[in-house]
Write a protein that binds this ligand. Structure first.
Ligand code: AHR
Length: 512
């Protein structure tokens, strides 16, 4: 087996015959930090994400705590997920938290009207979510209900979670098994309030935000980081109106949602597993639009908040394809290919490079939904190519941002071009430099031969994710087709970094 991998790596290096050249320079002068919260995740009551993903049948033969699946937890702990957003999404604005506390058998049932019309039995509620976050060692990010909930309901939920007073609601939490306050701090005030969260105008929402946020109280040890429901992709007016009408001090962050739809057509999004080079190229064009979105939303925020106190929180992003044939409509179950890994890596590079404003992001949606990190089938579980990107990129969490300038060749398809490479870099507390590079070109390797300004280093190692075909996926029959390998295509040549980046690959280098 080992021999095969070596041969495979040699083939990537040999693919240098069809090669472009690029150069990079890095300077270490910045004092920006890449927040770990850029690496956040999202879990909605949708399809098989929570139920049958995290929270499984008590008879399923896997290790569990209560009904939380521990193999899923262990895999996510390994990549250090920093936060988990819950309970939605659109579901959040129909969720009434009191339905999800107390003895499970007595919890009311509802119909999940947003996602497949299935019965929601509320067996996974507040305490179960917070037990999951504790197991994951990540911060909870709760999205409160503005669309169909009241100010009082949201206010009481926060009191239930965070207060230690003698009030009835706090005594109820104690009776339900949690004597100490949970100290939840990330708090979403609605979700997509321009759409499924209430079809509001930005002016109306800005007023609603202030009303809900006023009564979303801080309790000792739990100052809330309130996140306003933000724009749908290029709705710059939404950002403008919110920034103008909501005082900076009232919000920790303003969100923005953007999904990469391969065809750009929500009616027929495109397959997760069968696509041509032209379709792949179009998808990457759509993915790289995140750069423009983040730049333009940030520029608007800069006008009202020049000191960049308010975070841009891209709290839903990822590729959204047609669902897997045969899966339940409304469950948004999709496979995950090498293409999706390149999308994740390119998007994370964009966020890292905008870390002065983007301080939080959540990939949609962790397990079995959209661009998932993990897929499950009964007791089986597999890690997707996207999972491996998060594994590779965890070195950037809370590391010092390094300014990296890149001269990339173009990748051309059908008379249009995009940069073949994108990159981001950081330095960790021990002084190690990590450079993550994506080569989007499906056919050509790219060679880098550069002196790195400012950086002192004596050795380079790396990891790589690639595969023979851009459509390659991990399946339950072959779950390890794509995984991380040691990368041997980088060396130090005098004071130069020489790297041969295989076609359609992601690499992370470590220089020390
Ligand atoms: O992630 C799926 C859905 O996409 C979310 O519920 C909603 O917020 C968005 O439109």
């Amino acid at each position: 087996m080992k021999k095969c991998i070596c041969l495979f790596l040699t083939c990537w290096q040999l693919s240098a015959f069809a090669q472009h050249d690029a150069s990079i320079t890095i300077s270490t002068g910045s004092n920006k930090i890449i927040s770990k919260h850029i690496y956040g995740q999202f879990a909605e009551h949708l399809g098989r994400g929570v139920y049958d993903g995290f929270w499984v049948d008590k008879n399923l033969p896997v290790k569990k705590q209560d009904r939380i699946r521990l193999d899923v937890v262990a895999a996510l702990k390994k990549i250090k997920i920093p936060n988990l957003r819950w309970p939605g999404g659109c579901f959040a604005d129909e969720y009434h938290w009191r339905d999800g506390i107390g003895p499970s058998a007595q919890r009311p049932r509802m119909v999940n009207t947003n996602w497949g019309g299935v019965t929601e039995d509320n067996s996974f509620g507040t305490h179960e979510f917070l037990a999951l976050c504790k197991l994951l060692d990540c911060e909870p990010y709760v999205a409160g209900n503005v669309g169909s909930g009241t100010v009082e309901e949201m206010s009481k939920w926060i009191e239930y979670l965070n207060s230690n007073s003698t009030s009835t609601v706090v005594q109820m939490r104690k009776k339900n098994g949690h004597p100490n306050p949970y100290k939840v701090t990330f708090w979403g005030v609605g979700n997509e309030s321009w759409g499924c969260g209430g079809e509001m105008t930005p002016e109306y929402y800005a007023n609603e935000f202030k009303r809900y946020a006023t009564y979303a109280r801080n309790y000792p040890g739990a100052p809330l980081k309130k996140i306003a429901s933000g724009a749908n992709s290029e709705d710059y007016n939404w950002t403008e109106v919110c920034m103008k009408n909501i005082p900076n001090h009232m919000m920790w962050g303003l969100s923005m949602h953007y999904y990469t739809v391969p065809t750009g057509n929500w009616g027929k999004k495109g397959s997760a597993t069968a696509f041509t080079e032209q379709e792949y190229f179009n998808t990457m064009v759509n993915c790289l639009k995140m750069e423009e979105l983040v730049t333009k939303h940030s520029a608007i925020m800069d006008k009202y908040d020049p000191q960049k106190k308010v975070a841009l929180a891209v709290d839903e992003w990822g590729i959204w394809t047609d669902p897997e044939p045969g899966s339940k409509p409304g469950f948004l179950y999709q496979q995950n290919s090498l293409r999706d890994a390149l999308i994740a890596a390119s998007t994370l590079n964009i966020f890292n490079n905008h870390c002065d404003r983007v301080k939080m992001a959540e990939l949609a949606q962790t397990v079995n939904v959209l661009q998932a990190l993990i897929l499950t089938e009964k007791e089986k579980m597999l890690l997707t190519p996207t999972y491996y990107v998060f594994d590779m990129y965890k070195v950037h969490q809370d590391a010092k941002y390094l300014d990296i300038a890149l001269k990339s060749p173009d990748y051309e398809v059908g008379g249009k071009s995009i940069p073949a490479l994108n990159v981001s870099a950081s330095q960790d507390a021990a002084g190690k430099v990590h450079i993550s590079i994506v080569n989007l070109d499906m056919n050509k390797a790219v060679a880098i031969n550069s002196t790195l300004k400012d950086v002192k280093w004596s050795s380079v190692t790396g990891t790589v994710l690639t595969s023979a075909n851009i459509t390659d996926i991990n399946t339950f029959q072959n779950p390890n087709k794509l995984q991380l390998h040691n990368f041997t295509g980088a060396k130090k040549d005098g004071d130069k970094l020489v790297v041969n980046i295989p076609a359609k690959s992601v690499i992370t280098l470590e220089l020390k």
